[in-house]
Design a protein around this ligand. Structure first.
Ligand code: CA
Ligand code: CA
Ligand code: CA
Length: 176
């Protein structure tokens, strides 16, 4: 029985050794797959962003993003909000056009209320420019302060610049 016990132990060690080898190997693979973006797109945190400077309605901007393989940006973290605070005003992928005051991202996920960057009393669904109210979110400066950009609800028909987002492509493994 002592012999069979030591045989079992050596089998266990063999298994552990193989697993270690595999995890080392897959880590090496990971290290050498580097995320890339197409020309014109900027890489931040594994995602590619495109800052469109031509002004369009929210729907048209979204179509343009999707044609490029992405969608209007979804802000998933404080970091992402800060990274995308380039100068000027941009459409982001947030809308309450399906149901008033139910803000949804372009992937249909609801807005996380602990991660919002609304400015002042927005969203106020103001009917001053469009009697239908304001159902699309634009990122921009709050009262001239340019340290952190906020979100404003605006009429979706307003022409604005936009930010597209898509996953970075992972480059081919060149070395293992
Ligand atoms: Ca995102
Ligand atoms: Ca609204
Ligand atoms: Ca507003």
């Amino acid at each position: 029985t002592l012999l069979s016990l030591s045989l079992t132990l050596s089998k266990v060690w063999m298994l552990i050794y193989k697993q270690l080898q595999w995890s080392l190997y897959s880590n090496l693979l990971k290290v050498h797959t580097c995320p890339k973006c197409e020309e014109g797109w900027e890489l931040h945190g594994g995602k590619c962003y495109y800052f469109s400077t031509s002004k369009s309605t929210w729907d048209q901007s979204r179509d343009d993003c999707r044609r490029g393989g992405g969608d209007l940006v979804k802000i998933d973290s404080r970091e992402e909000q800060v990274e995308n605070t380039a100068a000027d005003k941009f459409w982001i992928g947030l809308t309450d056009s399906k149901e008033e005051d139910k803000w949804l991202w372009v992937d249909d996920s609801p807005l996380n209320t602990s991660l919002t960057f609304w400015s002042g009393k927005d969203p106020d669904n103001w009917t001053g420019t469009n009697p239908e109210g304001e159902d699309c979110a634009r990122m921009g400066e709050r009262g001239g302060a340019d340290d952190l950009k906020c979100w404003f609800d605006r009429s979706c028909k307003d022409p604005q610049k936009s930010i597209c987002e898509k996953s970075a492509e992972t480059g081919r493994v060149t070395r293992v």
